[in-house]
Design a protein around this ligand. Sequence first.
Ligand code: 5GP
Length: 191
Amino acid sequence: MSNGVRMNRKLEYYLSEVLLTAEQIQGRVAELGAQISRDYAGRDLLLIGILKGAVIFLSDLLRHITIPVQVDFMAVSSYGAATLSSGVVRILKDLDEVVEGREVLVVEDIIDTGLTLRYLRENLQARQPAGVRICTLLDKPDRRVVEVPVDYLGFRIPYRFVVGYGLDCKVHFRNLPYIAAVDQEKIRELF
Ligand code: 5GP
């Protein structure tokens, strides 16, 4: 038992399809790291990882960045237990670092409606950084409500609820090394 959720079965049982393999993800993350290293060479870069979903992406990306870089984290509430965005974003953990005058790169797991990243971008802009850019591993454009410019993108995917590589469903599946869609019928067994 964990958080009232019983997991008697293997994680794979609850999945319908692998969308991105570990190899595909690793290859793209290496490319993004190289691109960020080129773009920010000679500048004071602060990566801001958005907890908890971006943790694995951030830690892999970081190892492909070859210039000096600092790391901080924010935690925001988005979906909670449901799979639909409420549009209400709340800061659960704020930054330790001051961002004024610095180049900030937000590292997010996935952009869906865009509401979370719009809020984060506005919140960070108000702190007067030298610049704010966004790096997201996944983009699901089908349900976009607000347009948010994405500067670095891993993969565009169709609308599916996905898990793995840091992304969870009902607190599980973050440890999968690949990205998969959940089986909407079987996942109900986890309630
Ligand atoms: P948005 O505000 O863009 O609608 O949603 C962004 C946040 O919703 C992401 O940071 C992530 O926490 C969550 N989210 C959106 N789509 C998915 C999904 O397919 N799987 C998971 N696990 N989380 C998602």
